[in-house]
Design a protein around this ligand. Sequence first.
Ligand code: ACO
Length: 332
Amino acid sequence: MSIIIAGTGSYLPERVVTNAEFETFLDTSDEWIVARTGMKERRVTSGEPSWKMGELAARKALDAAGIAPEELDLIICTTVTPDYLFPSCACMIQGAIGARGAFAFDAAAACAGSVYGIDMARRYLATGDINTVLLVGAETLSQVANYEDRGSCILFSDGAGAAVIKRGDGPYGSCLRSDASGAHQLYCKHIRKDTPFYKSDAPFDGGLFEAELVGTTYMNGQEVYKFATAAMPEAVIGACERAGFAPETLDMVVPHQANLRILETAAKRLKLPMEKISVTIHKYGNNSSASVLIGLDECIREGKIKEGHRVSLVGFGAGLTYGAAAFEYHSK
Ligand code: ACO
């Protein structure tokens, strides 16, 4: 069983943050950021919460699919930057679009989230119990970026992507992996506060992580870079194997946008020209689980992904998590 991607949508905040803006408060330069990451600018929220961006992307996906909110059976939101611990971002989106018949929950797998989400949607659809899934990746990474760390904050951005997914026929394969041996290389510890029973300066049980930053992101860029350049091709090759076609026959790969150099290295390993790799990093930056769905939406709307094309979606990030799905694209 495969999937139909009945419609896609995305939302990018209007606020554009250029590399030059980082020069005003960090020891960095446009030249360094462009050369080392490929990023020229990124979008950052001026107040829109994750769920609102998710709602706006979802509305466009529903429009493109020609599906009413009431027809949705399930909403999965793959955010790692929800606005509330509870209710979930998915429930906020459900309420906003009026999807009364859907059950809704968040599923977090960092930047691999929307690829995990695609695969989860397919597995729910395969049971035959439900027919229509809305998958949303909505993130406000600017809320957890460490703006004192020039090695990571320049990467992070905000936005949302969405897809309406139904049951389909044809080849489909996925390859999902987690490797917690690298958990300490990329993390954001949740804020803990004093209570009558606990003092926030008490030792953190576990002591897994070197830097005791709270509510902000730590990243060992070099280690994550090494992981990502190996993980991305491994996942795509694994997913293609299970789908029954060779990676070289892919028409388009839609990857998580972390660094242009990671995408170029992966393209070489997959023996694919860069024209077959979706790139939005120069204009949107890294918005975690939103990036693959935004790339997918852009590729479909610009005609880079057409009916019957062989497509692979691939993500990698904190956890460490990584994964890919490979399938023939059909919208009906
Ligand atoms: N401006 C200027 N200089 C900088 C900056 C900056 N913004 N950032 C780092 N540098 C300096 C460093 O201090 C270092 O200087 P030194 O040689 O004097 O010590 C030098 O540049 C080289 O630093 P590196 O860390 O080796 O730089 P690198 O080429 O590795 O690029 C980057 C850093 C862009 C972070 C890269 O490692 C990367 O992209 N890593 C992977 C990110 C990723 O994939 N994240 C996963 C997804 S994110 C998520 O899941 C939320």
